[in-house]
Design a protein around this ligand. Structure first.
Ligand code: AOF
Ligand code: ZN
Length: 366
């Protein structure tokens, strides 16, 4: 491989790493990164700003200034061609005088979809696309899923004991994995737009579902509870913190004809909980509703029944299986999967150790 091709890979890999920084912060926009490279040096770099704008390219070009002339721009997603809330990045790149643009993934957004690349080519800029595309697609999975499937990218996280259990009946939260795994789960929460549990887990564990890593507290995802009969307690940690980090209770019917239900709804709403009327058994419809409000990634964290219903509905894109050393024994709640056994329709992509635990990442085959 020539030095040029190796450099291209190295800079695109750096751009893909950089774009991960704002995952979970840019909805509904993807988190894209752009590096401007001149004579082997990075003269400007940026990632899509929190909230989704400005886009990566305009910020990176501003940082590079005159140095952008004759440089190469590495962008993880095809530069936009549309006049949205900001002018097209393809025009900004052209105006800057860059000589070459290297892209990882083309944009399925129908306002862009190849037009960004042709605008650049028509302006006489050399364009290459598809570099480290698998890695780029991985980093953009949430955005690509929402664009093409009109639903969020769903990650199912399971923490399984050495004897194949997710927890113990009636015991509340049971420690299955160690502190390294827990930290990784909090990183995952920071990168994800929304996190979801079933009401069984909400009642048994009274979880917070926030990101509590020092410095990343502001990156907690929207918290969603599947709650068909609206049983979430106003005294729960979720309800009590709904003003700080949004909580959505998804319930089957409106309280209008049922005074007891209406009173529970009013109590939760007074605390800032949003009550979303959507049949919790129609997960496909729920996911469309979540995508419509800009949620591109969803982390399903518990428990066994919720995990199974997402799997049965064919709505899981990725499974993260954390296996701990602890055993649960009597009254254990069995996991749908255990370490070493391949779930149907998924392939093992990655396996790592987190302290004494092991984490396996499975990806859906299609
Ligand atoms: C880029 N660079 O950093 C991002 C892009 O609502 P708007 O006007 O901001 O447009 C959103 C679309 O812009 C989004 O669907 C995707 O096509 C593109 N995102 N494009 O050139 C960026 N984040
Ligand atoms: Zn743009």
């Amino acid at each position: 491989m020539s030095g040029g091709a190796e450099d291209d890979k190295r800079f695109m890999a750096a751009a893909i790493r950089l774009c991960r920084r704002n995952l979970g912060l840019t909805a509904t926009n993807p988190s894209v990164a752009c590096l401007i490279v001149k004579d082997g040096l990075i003269v400007g770099s940026a990632v899509t700003a929190p909230g989704g704008r400005p886009h990566a390219e305009t910020q990176a070009l501003a940082a590079a200034g005159e140095a952008a002339r004759g440089a190469t721009a590495y962008v993880t997603l095809e530069p936009c061609s549309h006049h949205g809330k900001t002018p097209p990045c393809a025009d900004a790149l052209t105006a800057s005088g860059v000589a070459r643009v290297v892209v990882s993934v083309t944009d399925p957004d129908e306002r862009v979809a190849g037009r960004g690349l042709s605008m650049l080519r028509n302006a006489g800029i050399e364009v290459a696309t598809g570099l480290l595309e698998a890695e780029g697609r991985d980093a953009l999975a949430a955005y690509l899923t929402r664009q093409t499937k009109k639903r969020p990218y769903v990650t199912l996280k399971l923490a399984v004991s050495a004897d194949g259990m997710l927890g113990r009946l009636g015991a509340g939260q049971v420690a299955i994995t160690g502190p390294v795994s827990r930290g990784q789960v909090h990183v995952l929460r920071a990168e994800t737009d929304a996190i979801l549990v079933g009401i069984g887990t909400a009642l048994a564990d009274d979880p917070e579902l926030t990101c509590r890593l020092p410095g990343l507290e502001a990156r907690s995802p929207v918290r969603i509870v599947l709650d068909p009969r609206l049983e979430l307690s106003p005294a729960s940690k979720l309800a009590r913190t709904a003003q700080q980090v949004p909580v959505i209770a998804v319930t089957a019917k409106d309280g209008r004809d049922e005074p007891a239900l209406a009173a529970r709804q009013a109590a939760l709403e007074a605390l800032g909980v949003e009550v979303l009327i959507c049949d919790p058994h129609r997960l496909d419809a729920l996911l469309v509703a979540l995508a419509t409000r800009g949620i591109s990634s969803l982390l399903v964290e518990g428990g066994a029944r919720t995990a199974q219903s997402f799997l049965d509905a064919g709505l899981v894109d990725r499974i993260l299986l954390f296996s701990g050393r602890a055993t649960i024994g009597k009254d254990g709640v069995a996991s749908p999967f255990v370490f070493g056994r391949m779930p149907d329709g998924f392939s093992l992509r990655h396996s790592v150790r987190y302290g004494a635990d092991r984490m396996q990442e499975y990806e859906r085959d299609d």
